[in-house]
Ligand binder design. Structure first.
Ligand code: BV8
Length: 228
C-alpha cells in the first residue's frame, strides 16, 4: 500500500467520528452512541429544528462544550502532519475542530463546523458562541434565525464539487473511523476506486466496505503508523 511519506501520491483522507472517539467525543452508532440517546430526526434535520429549536440548540451546545473540553489525539496530530504535504486533501464528516487544533491545514468540513454559526434568514456565518439559543439575533440582519453551521439530514453537504474533483484525481483514498452509513460520504471509496485509486480503511471495527486493504485497531495507533 502507498506510504504517504515516501511518495508524491495524491491522497484523499475521509474521517468520521472514530477519529475523535479517543479524544472523548461520542460516535453516532457505536454502543451508547449519540443516535442511541437522541432521535436523529429530532436533532439533526431541518424539520426537527423547525419543530423544537431549543432542543436542537441544547444538543449542539452540549456537543460544543464537550468539544471545547477535549483535546486532539495522536491520530489528529498525524493527519495534521500529513496535511502539510502537497497533494493531500483531508475531508471530514466530523463537525469538531480537533484537526485544526492539531495544526491541520485546509480541512474540508463536508458536514459543517460546530464552532461556526449560520443565520438561515440572511446566510451570514460567524464564530459560534459557547451557548446558542433560538432567541439570539443574527449579528448581520438581527433576525432570531440562528443555528449551528452543520449539515443536517436532507441538506446538501458542503464543498462537494471540490471533494469530487479530489477523488477523481486520487492515487490513494483512506477512510479513517467511519461506519460508511451516511451518503454521499459513504460512496467516496467507490468513486475513488473508479478513478483508479487504491483504497485503505483504518477502523476499530471495519465497516465491511470494499477496500483494497483494511487495518483494524484504534485510530491513535493506526493513523500515525500509516502516516509516519
Ligand atoms: C443529502 C452533521 C441530499 C450533524 C451528519 C431521506 C431524506 C433525505 C436524505 C436521505 C434520506 N435517506 C437517506 C438519505 C441520505 C442521507 C443518508 O445517508 N442517511 C443515512 C442515515 C442512510 N444523507 C443525507 O441526508 C445527506 N444529504 O443526501 O442531501 C440533497 C441533494 C440535493 C439537494 C439537497 C439535499 C447529509 C448527511 C449529513 C448528516 N449530518 N452530521 C451532526 O454531526 O450532528 S451525519 C453524522 O453521521 C456524522 O456527521 C457522520 O457523517 C455520519 C456518519 O457517522 P460516522 O462518522 O461514520 O460515525 P458512526 O458512529 O456511524 O461510526 C463510527 C465509526 O468509528 C465506526 O466505524 C467505528 O468502528 C469507528 N470507531 C470508533 N472508535 C474508533 C473507531 N475507529 C478508530 N478508532 C477508534 N477509537
Amino acid at each position: 500500500m502507498i506510504r504517504p511519506a515516501a511518495s508524491s501520491a495524491r491522497i484523499v483522507v475521509l474521517s468520521g467520528a472514530g477519529l475523535s472517539a479517543e479524544s472523548g467525543l461520542g460516535t453516532f452508532r457505536d454502543a451508547g452512541g449519540l443516535w442511541a440517546r437522541y432521535d436523529l430526526e429530532e436533532v439533526a434535520t431541518p424539520q426537527g429544528f423547525a419543530r423544537d429549536p431549543a432542543l436542537v440548540h441544547d444538543f449542539y451546545n452540549a456537543r460544543r462544550a464537550n468539544m471545547t473540553a477535549s483535546a486532539p489525539n495522536a491520530a489528529h496530530e498525524a493527519l495534521a502532519r500529513l496535511s502539510r504535504r502537497d497533494g493531500v486533501t483531508l475531508v471530514t464528516q466530523n463537525i469538531d475542530d480537533l484537526l485544526e487544533r492539531a495544526g491541520a491545514r485546509g480541512v474540508v468540513h463536508m458536514h459543517g463546523d460546530l464552532s461556526r454559526a449560520l443565520c438561515h434568514a440572511c446566510g451570514a456565518r460567524w464564530d459560534a458562541p459557547a451557548v446558542m439559543s433560538p432567541e439570539a439575533p443574527c449579528p448581520d440582519c438581527g433576525a432570531a434565525a440562528t443555528r449551528p453551521d452543520v449539515v443536517w439530514f436532507g441538506e446538501m453537504p458542503y464543498r462537494m464539487e471540490e471533494i469530487e474533483t479530489a477523488l477523481a484525481a486520487a492515487d490513494l483514498f483512506v477512510s479513517v473511523g467511519t461506519s460508511g452509513t451516511v451518503y454521499p460520504a459513504a460512496g467516496f471509496a467507490a468513486l475513488a476506486r473508479a478513478a483508479g485509486a487504491r483504497t485503505l480503511e483504518l477502523n476499530l471495527d471495519p465497516s465491511g466496505g470494499d477496500f483494497d486493504e483494511v487495518r483494524t485497531g484504534p485510530a491513535t495507533q493506526l493513523v500515525p503508523g500509516w502516516v509516519d
